[in-house]
Structure formats: structure tokens, C-alpha cells
Ligand binder design. Sequence first.
Ligand code: Q9C
Ligand code: ZN
Length: 648
Amino acid sequence: MEAVETASRSTSRSLRRVGILYDERMCRHHTPDDEPHPENPNRIRAIWNKLQSAGISQRCEVLSAKEAEDKYILSVHGKSHVDLIRNISSQQYNSRRNRIASKLNSIYLNEGSSEAAYLAAGSVIEVAKRVAKGELDSAFAIVRPPGHHAEHDEAMGFCLFNNVAIATNFLLNEKELGINKILIVDWDVHHGNGTQKTFWKDPRVLFFSVHRHEFGSFYPSNDDGDYTMIGEGPGAGYNINVPWENGRCGDADYLAVWDHILIPVAKQFNPDMILISAGFDAAVGDPLGGCCVTPYGYAMLLRKLMDFARGKIVLALEGGYNLASISNSALACMEVLLDEKIVTGSTEAYPFESTWRVIQVVRQELKAFWSVLADEVPTKLISQKAPIPVKKILISSCDSEAEDVEELLQEVIRPLSTLRVDEDCRESASVSWRSDLSNIDIWYATFGSNMWKPRFLFYIEGGQVDGMQKLCSGSMDKRPPKEILWKIFPHRLFFGRESTRTWGLGGVAFLHPESKNEDIVHMCLYRITLEQFNDVLHQENISSYDMSSPLFDLTSLDCVKEKGSINLEAVKKGWYHNVVYLGMERDIPILTMTCDLSDIENFKSGKVPLHAPSEDYANTLVKGLVEGGQLSEEEAVSYIKEAATKPL
Ligand code: Q9C
Ligand code: ZN
């Protein structure tokens, strides 16, 4: 009997006992009206389906989720936070839930949130316990909501409970498990601020995070993720941050950080167990991350960690928003845990120069604590670097601009058209979406300065509009609009914001996203492709978003037709990130872009002022309306005046 079991194990199961935890109940946390959101239930479904169809889950021990007990959660979070998350999904919170969520930073809540949060935390505990006991060699917990941003008293960044921090404390507190030193590796593209704070003074936990930082402008947009943040008191030296200065980092950059920081330190620290905050939003194709780690890259990073803690490794999912990217990355990691085949693949040759610089400053900062970091990195290595990256990104805008100018100052201006289509991710990532969307026409309806055709053409052709200091990147597809027509819609035009970099003092045009019968707005409709529309969206909402995937694809189009409007999370800082559907014209959808309803509230309350436009800006609109044959000059002037003076 026993012989039979052993035989069947060696054929269908791996020699390694690898745990995998998936539970559909964690899908019950979603946006209240199922509005699109990058952190959605399909993320974990996609990973699970992929692992099943690749035959991975069949070779693993499949576990289901367990809710965490409050006493474990309370080792990381305050009582009031735990009470809130426990009760937030109950009926008595129905009327307050959305308001509470809106006061938090990047959080939504629904009737399924409490259960999912407890299951996510409990699941990481469950797999970590089994690995610690030796029942499993290693494990992957496919959990959501993610956890690493959640702080002692605060849910943020799509995270409710800090799953990895909770499991870490669990392991350390269960003395009989014999786990006294834990290495947490956080390779999510965002800084693990919550985890860092939890173990700030704790030398039993070495927290290592590599993340986009951009000098404090990348989410969570503060200095917590800086390399100078090394821990405090007995924890000094036990917190290591590797902050990227830019996006586009890929396998070579991550591997260099592993080879020259993490691996030597891990050797010296000699952990009893490793927990990985395994977000896959640094993966190539991720809409939020803008980095380009391949599945092979993730496999290598994980492979190198398997040599420590006798292979006792737990991966817990954090972020990652491209379903294909996260599924393939997770699959590559599972193959490493199962250890059944050699990791194969190749990596682009060299890290960026900025990567070597960051590695050097991190080593410098920490060498007093880790003698293995004391030597200089050989100049021979450092001289091997990728050519200075040129950004295709953006470039300038017109009615709008990003809030943080710093973000922009990093940009090297270069027209899109000079990029080859098939360059690797470091420059233009996967651009196959472009050919898909280049055959689909939409009407781009504009109510602002783009009504003046010469002005709008700069968004297509690129270049500098007369009298404006700024350069537009243009669209990669430079064909002019196929048709132009004008229509009147029952929407409210208004002018807001005190000043903009493009137009100086004075408000710029916005459309109330909701229609009302007493209002009218003149709109100029340009028939362009969905690809061009994406480039227009990008120019209207300057951000570090890198266009490796579209901002607005066919799914978004279906969704906006059904829902009326959709907010583009990736360019949330832009003022025109809300795409509104205005109906069909000759079987072609009409789309415009404006602020969202929460901005409208801020305009109404005066938090952001309503403001008449500058003369230059108003003149551009008048020219648009007059040259477009819509109104006489006099009528155009009074149309704008009315929109600029009527209260919202
Ligand atoms: N301008 C994780 O990956 N983005 N969280 C907000 C505001 C929030 C990411 C953008 C990103 C949170 C787990
Ligand atoms: Zn993330």
C-alpha cells in the first residue's frame, strides 16, 4: 500500500512538496458596482486557471483559504482598524461603506471585502505554518486583496490587511516552529511601506524591497521607500530599499540587485524562512508598473533564493494587473518551486547605468551592517550598462498636465515616430496592441481647445503649437482625422482650475460627465482610430504611464458603452482620465474625456476653483467654433462667457 502511494506520488506529484492555495471566496471583494478596477477578482482566477491548465496545481498540494484569527491580525494592526475591516461588509455599513472607502487612499470596499481580507491574511498564515513545520517544502498563496501597503491603522493601495506581515509575526510568535529569523523579499513594483513599518525596529525580520521610487513620486509617493530608510534601533540595517529612478527596469536590473545586494546579505543573515511579497506588477506588460521583468526573470530571482532557508519559501501574491503577465510569471515561479526543470531563457545584456548607481549607494548605506557589502563593485562590471534610455513617453500636454512636475522633468522628449515598432520592452514594450486598435474607428469629441483643428492636429502629428511653449509627442499613427463633424450634446461645459502650465492663469474646459437636459455643449468630433485615441488620452493626461499596453482597449470600449463612463486608473493624476461615451454616430462610438465625478464635487465645494479661462485659451475655443462654422464670433464669445460664469 505504501509502495503504491510512493509510486503514484513520483509520477503525478512532484518530489518536492509544494503547496498552492486558491479560494474563490477571495473573489467576492470587488468594486461596489463592478466598475473596472485593476485589482479585480479575475487576477487570481487567471493565475489559478493558468496553473491548472499547465498541469501545475495537479503536481502540488492544493489548499483552501482559512480566515485569520483576530489575535494574529492584531499583531500588526490596531484594534480600530481590525474592527473596521471585520464589520465593513455588514449591512449596518451599507450606507457608509463608499464614503469610508473614498476617504482612504486607493481603496474600494463592498459586502465581500471583510471575508476576503480575513481569508487572504489567514491563507498566508496557513501556508507559512505548513512550510515552517516541514509539511511542505514551499508554497504559493494566490491571495487578494493584496497586503504590503496596509499599515498599522490604515488600509491603502488596494490593501486591507498586511498578509505577509501578519504571517511573519505568526511564525515568530509560535516559538515551537523554530523560526527566529525571516527574510521578506518584496519584489512588487511598489514599495512595501506597511511591511517596512511593521518591522522597522525588529532585527528578526530583514525586509528587502525593490521598487519604482522616482525620488518619491511613484506610488505611494513619499520618502519611505528611499535607500536611506534602513530601520532603527535594534532594527537598524535590517531594512533594505532599492529604489528605481525610472521605469523600464527589467531582468538585468533585478538580477544585478540580487547578485550585488540581496544574495550576499541573505547569505550573511542566514534566514530560517523566506516570505516573498510576490507582486507581479514589475512584469513586462503591466499597466501600472512600467517595468519589464519576464517570466524567466522571475524564475531566476526565485531560483537564487531557493539556496537559503533550506528552500523554505512562501510566495504571497501582492499586485500585478496584466492578467497574461501575472499568470505567466506565476507559472514560471511554480516551476522553480517544483524544481522539475532547469530554468531556461535569456536576459537582455546589461543593467541601466542608474541601476549600478543605485546598487552602489545602497551598498554604501548598508555596509556598516553587512560586511559583505563593503567592497566596491568592480568597475569592469559597472561599465557594462545599457545605453541611456530614451523615453517615448510623453511629452506635453495642453489643457492638462500632471500634478508633479518632477515626473515630467525626468522625461526625455522624443517623438513616438522615431521608435521602431519591435524594440524590446526597455524602449517601447509590447506594442502589438497598436495594430489591433489601428483598424477601429471612434469619434473623439472635444469641447476645449482641441475644437480648433490646427491645435488638435498637434496631438496627431506632434510638434509645437504656435504661441505655446510645449511640444506634443503626437500619435504614432500620423494620419489626419478621416472626417470631422459637429454636434450638440446635453452636457454642461465649465471652466476650472486656477492655472495650468500650458495656458497660465485661468481655468480650462471641462465637461460635466453626467448629462442634463437644460445644458448644451458644442462638440467637434474627429474620426480617428482607437490607437490614435490612446495617444491623445496619453497626451491629455501626462504621467509616467509608458504605453506598453493601451490605456483604453476594446474591453474598455465595451465597458464604456455599457456604463457610460470609465475612469482610467493608470492616468488618474491627469485631469482628463474619465472617458465618457456619448452614443453612436453612423455605427461608430463617440467618446470624450473629462474629469470624474469626484473632481466635480471638488469644483462644487470650491476645493478646486471654478475659474474663467485666460484670453489666449478662450480665443482658441472661439477660433474653433467660428472656423468650424458653428457660431459667429459674437455667439461663441457669449457661449464661453456663460459657461464660465454659471454656477455648477
Ligand atoms: N494616482 C499594489 O500593487 N495607485 N498596489 C494609485 C494614484 C495605487 C498598488 C494612483 C497603486 C496601488 C498592491
Ligand atoms: Zn504593486
